[in-house]
Design a protein around this ligand. Structure first.
Ligand code: PLP
Length: 394
């Protein structure tokens, strides 16, 4: 099997599995219990908090554990909105191609009287700090812009956007779920006030994540109950998952440079090879791009069929995002960069990690052109294009 869907989820690293097994066997107590077993679990929890904080240049007090990226996004946005509303600020700036965890949270706030402004992301799928500066108003409560896009891989100028927000006194949240472990994060140097992470995107376990909130920013609880996480996130902490997450992020950050060099070389070979296919077009920014992301639109091809035929050859890939596959709507991300509906349906995302090999790339480069050719061969739409009855779009 060739796994090329690391943007959807990753295989757990050995370090994360070992850390979790050890925790489940040795420090399985409730970290809120006062006896030794509980206190050892508490120590493991706090050590993980310190190690995770160190990976992003934060202090441990600024780390809240959540059930993943979606919860962290929701809590960050809810908290900033509540804070803004208390000061009469109800304007929120974001982008058209955020993850649904952000977009749907913003939709809900809109129905509660907030005004949400989604910046256009252009053909390359990015926004400039200038666009953000122009959008900020007196009543702006929050700017929430992702660090890197999960579908098309563009990396956004987060440091510059952070600097603009800081200068204007506006809270800045970034969904760094796709960036963590692949791109360096320093919440102070990058002027980030709120940041979301998800362990299963960097070879940690599923169902656990981090919300970083700069000291002094009050968080609103999404879940009421006990006083865990300084009263900001009730419920007994998932200590094994948290410990596994810390091990995974530390390992990813320690090997970031070598992994980036290796993975981006594989990515570039894939991009060069797939670009040879006629009527194929790369999605996203060719330069400011996640090391492992390859995203294409192929005209005259149904993305779902492409995925199934790749699966027959043991290749795991994705079309649009995992969250939207199964729905017939084309990806909002591909529409946001101006892909017409028809072409947006013919997308393929391959997302690599350091376990992928050159042989994987060769196998993918053998399979995709053949399958695209086959699918076009049986497509009435494609026949119409070839005969001139319909226009080519790409
Ligand atoms: C995966 C992902 C999320 C959601 O994280 P979960 O831990 O699966 O809830 C949010 N944002 C981005 C950019 C993602 O890729």
């Amino acid at each position: 099997m060739i796994y090329a869907d690391n943007a959807a989820t990753t295989k757990m690293s050995g370090a994360a599995i070992n850390a979790m097994l050890n925790c489940m066997e040795e420090t399985w107590g409730n970290p809120s219990s006062l006896y030794g077993l509980g206190q050892r679990a508490k120590d493991a929890l706090e050590e993980a908090r310190e190690r995770l904080a160190a990976c992003i240049g934060a202090s441990p007090k600024e780390i809240t554990f959540t059930s993943g990226g979606s919860e962290a996004d929701n809590q960050a946005i809810r908290s900033a909105a509540a804070l803004g509303a208390r000061k009469g600020k109800r304007h929120i700036v974001s982008t058209a191609f955020e993850h649904h965890a952000v977009l749907h949270a913003l939709k809900k706030l809109e129905s509660e009287g907030f005004e949400v402004e989604l910046l256009p992301v252009g053909k390359l799928g990015t926004v400039t700090a200038q666009q953000v500066a122009e959008a900020i108003r007196e009543d702006t409560a929050l700017v929430t812009i992702m660090y890197a896009n999960n579908e098309i891989g563009s990396v956004l100028p987060i440091s510059q956007i952070g600097a603009v927000c800081r200068a204007r006194g506006v809270l800045f949240h970034t969904d760094a779920v796709q960036a963590a472990g692949h791109l360096s994060i320093d919440v102070n140097a990058q002027s980030i006030d709120l940041l979301s992470l998800s362990a299963h995107k960097f070879h940690g376990p599923k169902g656990v994540g981090v919300l970083y909130a700069r000291q002094g920013i009050p968080l609103s609880s999404l879940i009421e109950g006990g006083a865990q996480e300084r009263g900001k996130r009730a419920g007994t902490e998932n200590v094994p998952a948290i410990v596994g997450m810390a091990a995974a992020l530390e390992e990813a950050c320690a090997h970031m440079d070598e992994n980036t060099a290796k993975v981006s070389a594989l990515r570039d070979r894939l991009i060069a090879g797939l670009s040879q296919i006629p009527y194929a077009s790369l999605n996203g920014d060719p330069v400011n791009r996640l090391p492992g992301n390859v995203s294409f639109c192929f005209e005259g091809v149904e993305g779902e069929s492409l995925l199934l035929l790749l699966d027959d050859r043991g290749i795991c890939a994705s079309s649009g995002s995992a969250c939207t596959s199964g729905s017939l709507d084309p990806s909002h991300v591909l529409l946001s960069i101006g892909r017409p509906h028809e072409v947006a349906h013919g997308s393929l995302r391959l997302s690599l990690c350091d376990e992928n090999t050159e042989a994987d790339v060769e196998a993918i480069l053998n399979a995709v052109p053949e399958i695209v050719g086959y699918l076009r061969g049986i497509s009435p739409l494609w026949k119409d294009k070839l005969s001139g009855k319909r226009e080519f779009v790409l």
